[in-house]
Write a protein that binds this ligand. Structure first.
Ligand SMILES: [Zn+2]
Length: 435
């Protein structure tokens, strides 16, 4: 495919058609209410949510992709002026409301862009997802997967969202006299909140804009903006911090729950005098107890792998991204010729080729990692990379924006966004990096 035909989650390059996988801000960087570059393809639910996120956007630009159907788009080859047809199918990405994977076919071959995705392997939904994907692929061999490699490391191992949601409910039930705050984003984790609400028969507080989103998503009775009606509040992730929890506890006993695939521990931020009281560092769950200063307290077996890493805060492995095993299953199923990660940052990027090159349909550049010594060395670097990440809340989003260069992949003329540090900031992390 020639350059300048299509862009995926990328909004500043000149293309003839633009595709959005979902409305998280690390995928809409460069998209504004006044954006008019061309037709914008997205899922029906994303189109419905667009006016909330981008009020004033010319909605006539939106083109809805119905999930599971092929759409043909006629484009023009910039070099020859000849007509060329791109076929695209949206596939449910099971990440957040409206999120889709995109399967492209054309003269360039067959490309699968996962966007952010959760590929759970158990349960009815997983079975449906698997069948849908296999049906979509049929005889097609995927030349390249652009893969959500957020947790592309074997140390990232967490349960299904159903199991993790139960852990959250158990924590809340085990603190009957406490207020509860749960850190969430502007979109996503709705199923978790609904599960809590139904199981414990309580309403859940959300902030006013989030209530609008909930209503658009069809949740009319579960959520409220009245604090007097409930002890459980879902708050913006940026306002979730140790500092906040400590202040809240001066007024009422309050427990914080952070649902994330990334576990956390408390660690001071080197070189800074001013601490926000919420400087968090991801760590490998399997290494629990090995880190000095860590306050993990797995004191209740009923809570499964939920960690109480601070006296007021639990971290629960509820993730809208695939864990390593799930990514591996996905690559095995698709058997692409090549695989490229879409999550990139200078300090935390893990090339999925390192783990999945052997699963691909053709030889890929090994980058010298088959040598055992080099492999060991990379493993160490991977761990180092993880421990070099740190997080804090508060002004992290703003800081991330200032830093924010979004790396891009340009392969065969397809501009696709590599979600950068904003992803991790949204996830609650703040990445230590120089760019
Ligand atoms: Zn996302």
């Amino acid at each position: 495919m020639e350059k300048g035909l299509i862009s995926v989650d990328q909004w500043t390059q000149g293309s003839q058609a633009y595709f959005l996988t979902h409305l998280h801000s690390d995928h809409t960087k460069g998209l504004t209410s006044s954006w008019t570059r061309g037709p914008l393809f997205c899922s029906r639910l994303t189109a419905k949510l667009f006016p909330l996120k981008f009020p004033g956007l010319n909605l006539s630009l939106l083109r809805v992709l119905d999930i599971g159907s092929w759409h043909s788009i006629s484009l023009m080859s910039p070099s020859s002026g000849e007509k060329t047809v791109v076929q695209v199918m949206a596939i449910d990405a099971h990440h957040c409301p409206g999120s889709i994977m995109l399967l492209f076919r054309g003269e360039f071959g067959c490309l699968l862009y996962t966007g952010d995705f959760r590929w759970e392997t158990d349960g009815e939904r997983a079975k449906t997802a698997r069948n849908t994907l296999l049906k979509a692929l049929k005889e097609d061999a995927v030349d390249i997967i652009y893969l959500d490699n957020t947790y592309c490391n074997p140390s990232y191992d967490f349960p299904s969202r159903e199991v993790a949601a139960q852990q959250v409910a158990d924590i809340i039930a085990s603190h009957p006299n406490d207020d509860i705050i749960i850190g969430i984003d502007t979109l996503g984790k709705e199923e978790l909140l609904v599960h809590i609400s139904r199981l414990l028969n309580i309403k859940i507080w959300v902030w006013p804009e989030r209530l609008q989103t909930m209503h658009l998503l069809g949740f009319h009775d579960i959520f409220t903006t009245k604090t007097s009606l409930t002890r459980v509040r879902a708050v913006p992730r940026y306002s979730f911090s140790i500092d906040t929890l400590e202040r809240l506890n001066t007024m009422r006993p309050t427990i914080g729950i952070m649902p994330s695939g990334l576990p956390w521990l408390v660690k001071p931020f080197k070189g800074k005098d001013k601490l926000f009281g919420s400087l968090l560092t991801p760590y490998n769950r399997s290494q629990k107890g090995a880190n000095g200063g860590m306050q993990t307290d797995k004191r209740n077996d009923n809570l499964g792998s939920a960690d109480r890493f601070h006296k007021y805060i639990y971290s629960v492995p509820y993730s809208d991204h695939s864990c390593f095993m799930e990514i591996q299953e996905f690559v095995k199923l698709v058997q692409p010729v090549k695989v490229r990660g879409i999550v990139s940052s200078s300090s935390c990027y893990v090339d999925p080729l390192y783990y999945f090159g052997r699963l691909c349909g053709a030889n890929q550049p090994s980058r010298g990692l088959h040598n055992s010594e080099e492999s060991k060395s990379l493993s160490k670097r991977v761990i180092a990379v993880q421990t070099n990440c740190y997080a804090r809340s508060g002004n992290s989003t703003e800081a991330g924006r200032k830093r924010g260069r979004t790396p891009k992949v340009d392969f065969l003329g397809v501009n696709v966004s590599k979600a950068n540090t904003l992803r991790r900031i949204r996830r609650g992390a703040k990445i230590a990096q120089s760019e």
